[in-house]
Design a protein around this ligand. Structure first.
Ligand SMILES: Cc1ncc(COP(=O)(O)O)c(C=O)c1O
Length: 394
């Protein structure tokens, strides 16, 4: 078993060349020598339980279409994992889908009213800004508020702008709730979620609760599944989740929709089988997901420890190297959200100027910001902060 120390030592030892040789998208899509901090993949070793389960599946030739036993295993293990957050999910409400974004598309096309708008707080995970149009849906973006944070009020964090959300919602609108939030790093509190629920309920709208980053909730914060808060939230929610972020298996193709709203359950039951299995849940994805949810908790704990230490290191290094930048508190996810307006620099030019390839905030609906993936070896995080520091001089 990999403990925290092993995981940290093994990850710390990885060089840019090692990571490029591994062949992942994050490091091979940037020039040699550059820092890949865009694509949401992690550099830590894969959980041994997942490695063993995948080898076993390959040895058995489990490479055909998804068999019912594996589909049921995904539903049961997802429900089992959600119990950690105090949510008693009926496995019959959990439906494997190819990915969370595929699930979102299914929801837009088949499970919700096509005439009702999608309401999205921004900044947001990039596909949420583009996918609604491909499903013929109207998109209304609502900027989040920035409020003071921290003991002395000198830090800043994002909150929902509830009056603006209330003004945007229509009956049967789909409000997109990402929690923990990509890219702002927020883990929303019960009070915030309940206040949001009241606004959604008053508007007779519904919620797509994307909780894919829940396993990556940082120490000191608590993830609460939105649908678990009350009968009202359960009644208006379609949940989307996956083991793909927490255990770094997005390429294997397995997400989960959790349907607790009666009309969404009925709409799902009416779908043809090919749409239900749309987007290709793979047997290897199912095998890895079951291993993650049932035997991956210790490994995840080591990953979260490493991420939290990396976040703290990056924050300290960046404060020295580029004091004009502001890193929002990373309460969950491994994504750093940097306000570069005080530097000032156009985030679209950062990669070319200093070789740190993040995501331009404009793609998240918020120009002037940069999203930086912090799930990399700590020596490279230090290097990333120092390279960003060169922006001050350029
Ligand atoms: C909030 C959020 N939702 C969904 C996804 C993508 O998940 P999937 O690969 O299962 O579509 C990501 C990936 O980074 C994400 O951050």
């Amino acid at each position: 078993m990999i403990d925290s120390l092993d995981l940290a030592a093994r990850t710390d030892a990885l060089t840019i060349e090692d990571l490029r040789a591994r062949g992942g998208l994050k490091w091979t899509s940037v020039p040699p020598g550059a820092i890949g901090a865009g694509v949401a993949e992690m550099d830590m070793p894969l959980a041994p339980a997942i490695v063993a389960a995948l080898h076993d599946a390959i040895d058995h030739g489990t490479t055909g279409y998804l068999p019912p036993a594996l589909a049921a295993g995904v539903s049961e293990s997802t429900a089992q994992w959600q119990a950690r957050y105090g949510w008693a999910v009926d496995p019959a409400d959990v439906h494997p889908v190819g990915s969370v974004v595929t699930g979102f598309r299914i929801l837009l096309e088949y499970l919700t009213d096509p005439r009702a708008p999608v309401v999205l707080p921004v900044p947001a995970y990039m596909p949420f800004l583009t996918v609604p149009a491909t499903a013929g849906r109207e998109l209304v973006t609502v900027p989040m508020k920035i409020v003071p944070d921290g003991p002395d009020g000198r830090d800043r964090r994002y909150e929902f702008d509830l009056p603006a959300i209330a003004a945007a919602l229509r009956p049967r609108s789909v409000f997109v709730l990402t929690n923990p939030h990509n890219p702002t790093g927020r883990v929303f509190t019960d009070d915030e979620l309940l206040a949001l629920a009241e606004v959604v309920d008053n508007a007779e709208a519904m919620v797509f609760a994307d909780e894919i980053h829940a396993p990556l909730t940082m120490p000191g914060f608590t993830h609460r599944p939105y649908a678990s808060l009350s009968a009202i939230t359960a009644g208006h929610t379609i949940g989307g989740t996956s083991a793909s972020k927490g255990w770094n298996i997005p390429g294997l193709g397995c997400g989960q929709l959790i349907l607790t709203a009666d009309d969404a359950r009925a709409a799902w039951d009416g779908l043809d089988p090919f749409t239900k299995h749309g987007g290709g849940v793979t047997p290897l994805g199912a095998v890895a997901t079951i291993a993650a949810y049932t035997r991956g908790a210790d490994h995840l704990a080591a990953v979260v420890d490493y991420l939290a230490a990396g976040r703290d290191l990056f924050r300290a290094e960046l404060a020295d190297a580029l004091p004009g930048a502001h890193l929002f508190p990373v309460q969950g996810t491994y994504l750093g959200w940097l306000d570069l307006q005080g530097v000032p620099v156009d985030p679209a030019t950062v990669a070319e100027r200093v070789g740190v390839h993040g995501v331009d905030g404009a793609h998240c609906g918020m120009p002037g910001f940069l999203r930086v993936n912090l799930a990399m070896p700590h020596p490279l995080l230090r290097q990333a902060a120092r390279r960003l520091g060169l922006l001050a001089a350029s």
